[in-house]
Design a protein around this ligand. Structure first.
Ligand SMILES: [Zn+2]
Length: 110
């Protein structure tokens, strides 16, 4: 299922277009639809102080991917291998898929 509001889904390959990680590419691993934010694998690491655990009794700083707003990312088309805009097209049985505006490749597997 594509979340219409967010326009992205898990597993999408995206390019970061703003901020420290500008130019980096990664895969969406989590989506927060209400906040219009996503977590992209290996991008936008934040340092967090962690509480001591059994494994790390002294606690410490852990790196964790921070959420990015969807306005900071662009979907990469698998065929063009470039950031692209998408269109939504209706296919059989009223299903809607995302289509690359440049090469018309269907991005969503049906
Ligand atoms: Zn394309």
């Amino acid at each position: 299922m594509v979340n219409n509001k967010v326009g992205f889904r898990k597993g999408d390959k995206v390019l970061i277009i703003i901020g420290e990680d500008k130019g980096k590419k990664g895969k969406i691993v989590h989506i927060f639809p209400k906040k219009m934010e996503v977590i992209v694998e290996g991008v936008n690491f934040l340092k967090k102080h962690s509480k001591p655990t059994q494994k790390v009794p002294q606690g410490g700083i852990v790196k964790q991917e921070g959420a990015l707003h969807t306005s900071n990312i662009r979907l990469i088309c698998n065929k063009c291998n470039k950031p692209t805009a998408i269109r939504r097209e209706k296919i059989k049985e009223g299903k809607r898929v995302r289509v690359c505006k440049k090469c018309r490749e269907i991005i969503d597997k049906v």
